[in-house]
Design a protein around this ligand. Sequence first.
Ligand code: CP
Length: 372
Amino acid sequence: MTPTTLKVPPAPRVAPARKRDLLGLAGLERAEIVHLLDSAAAFKAVLERAVPKVPTLRGQTVANLFFENSTRTRISFELAEKRLSADVVSFSASGSSVSKGESLLDTARNIQAMQIDMIVIRHSSAGAPHFLARELDTAVINAGDGAHEHPTQALLDMFTMREKLGRIAGLKVAIIGDIQHSRVARSNLFGLTKLGAEVTLCGPATLLPAEIERFGCRVTSRLAEAIEGADVIMALRIQLERQRQNRLPSLREYAQLYGLTRERLAGANPEVIIMHPGPINRGVELSQDVADGPGSVILDQVTNGVATRMAVLFRASGLDPGAGEEDAGQAHPAHRADESWSESSRPSPAVPSTSPNRPRPSSPAPSPGGRR
Ligand code: CP
């Protein structure tokens, strides 16, 4: 008997659509941020269906490279990818060949060689996603780089503010805590000022970066001043590891001066919403009753993270017809905090179109409302 030869026809590798990295909100135009928020709203509607899944990224593969610990961002990205029908591979630095000395670039090149379409990366070094975006053809999404940016966190925060309060322009947003080391604070500052919010940053002087005011925000070390009239109060995690750098006398003193309690919220707008990116140090940044109180939207932020990341992945795939450009790697554009954004001037449709401008034959026309 002659052996049977199995003939597998070569599957044509479709030329990838032009990639759209998401490296930070500093490099995104205001219209692009609004488009992502609108797109996230469409995806949120998908997630509320009986079968919360669409075929938008069928045939595409996403690699999640987490060189730093994560609970929310990692699970949220994985879920978003699966809801979009992408194939998903996940990587942790521990247990990988990074522990044998393999470099970030070699690791990423090897992953790209497996024909990965998108990379989501969290890394302790600021600029790691920008470096990969320059070196790879694969689209790169920043899931948090050092103390630099955490763009998807800020997008989900803005989405939640808009969902709860109906707008972003004109909102008074107080961000409280370790501003110096917070990538969440930086991305929110960039995004919120572009959308016309009034941002106040507040924390101990040792945790406030020098000259941060030039990005169009108010800065104070007085909590009562930051909270006065606030529509949104966002508490940041006090990074316990900073204790060793003597940035704080003690957590107890921080909690006494900057911890949010029900009494301290009295000066805020009565309808104020309380946000926190997590993980929370209860009794330090927030008292129990504030963390779990009626104004808290902390778990809504987590819920909204999935829809927001679906919008970001859709854009990164190159299939989102409403997506614009990003100035990759720019430090920071001039902010025009005085130029307020009007809800009526939205440039993009609320729901992504079903006719992508760069179709991939292997991918059906993507739409959050597409076939299931
Ligand atoms: N908000 C946030 O980035 O949380 P994780 O570190 O758990 O991902």
